[in-house]
Ligand binder design. Structure first.
Ligand SMILES: [Zn+2]
Length: 446
């Protein structure tokens, strides 16, 4: 272990473990070179560790002629990545390097086979220290009253939130993901001032609160799904308090990136992960890839997150040296090639933003009723609006925002249909799949 890594280990064990507020005061003064050096040292140690303990990586290293002790940076791994398919198709024993105490399942939207990710109790507690520091950065104190509303079934978010609040020492109630109206009735008694949950749930709660009244709230934190800026503004307007976003996956043991008060991208947990953006396009957008640096039970090397984002290169005014990524633009596996072009959910997020008469619940289905593709926009209607009136507004946005997609429409390459859905009619599972390729029996012509 290098001297720098030893210093970091000491700081983390002695300070972050015990006092997240002090960790933050030190964290903002850490120079970027220090973070880089710690990452590099931990990355090298991790590659040697999985080479010794993981059957999966040992085999991959042998197949590709990689000598772990010679690997200094991700480039030295010569195109080796870990995919969600690897987690699904290999026995978990191939990945396990030490005894596990906890397991969570992923909530992916593309397969019925959930991935299973194993952790040690101490790893969970370790991640919670960093989560607590992020909440302190957003203003949480031990005097706050915090409520989380997560579905606990096989999912990481609730148990991790419990660990985080244990570190913070504040009042915490785990409400579970109950009906927002019921939550409202019960929450008014406690007057929680920090609300944490999923964006769609918080949106519904805010609709209830808009008609029945609010109470003073310090901030709200959401994760697990994307949220448009229009939805954020609506919720902030209802509660007169900021909404912050966080980003994470089950594979990363919850949040690996959290917004700061500046609300411009996610600061990454760079002492515990090494992040890369793979194959960036001309705008810098590519797939997020991360290597776990401190996990010992089921470490992952260059794990493909399947989320498309880019680096934010400018230093953040909040002072944290941890680098930022932009909000996730789309899931890599949600891209659909059709008559409209190569489309992803963010295209429709942009086209639907600011359109009145619809809620944040929507789904686009690509069908092939006759000989050409049809894009069916299934929209949850509010305020008694008619689908055709909303359709005109969406078409207007598509025309002005995406001239290339619109040109294909004018050329008759695809059809557009707008369907109204009753509230609650779209969401069946925990996540709402935004873009569905429902075409049957297509032949791949590439
Ligand atoms: Zn910041």
């Amino acid at each position: 272990m290098t001297l720098l890594a030893s210093v970091s280990e000491y700081l983390e064990q002695r300070i972050i473990r015990r006092k997240p507020s002090m960790a933050l005061r030190i964290g903002v003064h850490l120079p970027a070179w220090f973070v880089d050096a710690v990452q590099q040292s931990r990355f090298q140690a991790m590659i040697r560790y999985v080479g010794e303990h993981s059957a999966f990586y040992r085999r991959r290293f042998q197949e590709t002629g990689i000598v772990p002790s010679r690997v200094k940076t991700p480039d030295g791994l010569d195109g080796l990545f870990t995919t969600s398919e690897d987690l699904r198709t290999h026995p978990v024993e191939d990945f396990l390097c030490a005894p596990a105490q906890i397991v969570f399942e992923t909530t992916g939207t593309t397969s019925h086979h959930n991935k299973k990710v194993f952790f040690g109790l101490s790893e969970m507690e370790w991640m919670a220290r960093y989560g607590a520091a992020a909440l302190v950065h957003l203003g949480v104190t031990p005097q706050d009253r915090l409520v989380t509303a997560f579905d606990h079934s096989f999912w990481v978010s609730g148990p991790l939130a419990r660990e985080v609040t244990r570190v913070l020492g504040c009042l915490h109630v785990e409400a579970g993901k109950i009906e927002p109206a019921e939550f409202y009735d019960r929450a008014t008694h406690y007057r929680f001032n920090v609300l944490i949950g999923e964006p769609s749930w918080l949106m519904r709660l805010s609709e209830v609160a808009a008609t029945r009244g609010t109470w003073p709230v310090k901030f709200m934190l959401v994760g697990g799904e994307n949220m448009t800026e229009a939805t954020r503004k609506y919720i902030e307007g209802v509660w007169n308090a900021p909404v912050y976003l966080e980003y994470g996956q089950t594979e990363s043991c919850g949040a690996i990136g959290v917004e700061c008060p500046v609300k411009d991208g996610y600061h990454l947990n760079e002492l515990n992960f090494l992040f890369e953006i793979d194959s960036p396009d001309k705008d810098g957008y590519g797939e997020l890839v991360y290597t776990t640096l401190t996990r010992r039970v089921m470490p992952l090397v260059r794990y493909r997150a399947a989320d498309i984002t880019r680096w934010i290169d400018t230093p953040c005014p909040c002072g944290l040296p941890m680098r930022r990524i932009a909000h996730i633009r789309s899931r890599k596996d949600e891209m659909v090639v059709c008559g409209m072009g190569n489309i992803s959910p963010w295209v429709f997020e942009a086209a639907l933003e600011g359109v009145s008469g619809i809620s944040s619940e929507w789904q686009v289905r690509v069908t092939r009723p006759r000989h050409k593709d049809c894009l069916e926009l299934h929209l949850e209607l509010v305020n008694g609006e008619r689908p055709d009136a909303i359709g005109e507004r969406v078409k207007h946005n598509l025309r002005s925002l995406f001239p290339d997609f619109w040109k294909n429409y004018e050329m008759g390459l695809y059809e557009l249909e707008f369907h109204g859905v009753a509230p609650g009619g779209l969401r069946q599972g925990r996540k709402l799949l935004r873009l569905v390729d429902a075409r049957q029996g297509l032949v791949d012509a590439r």
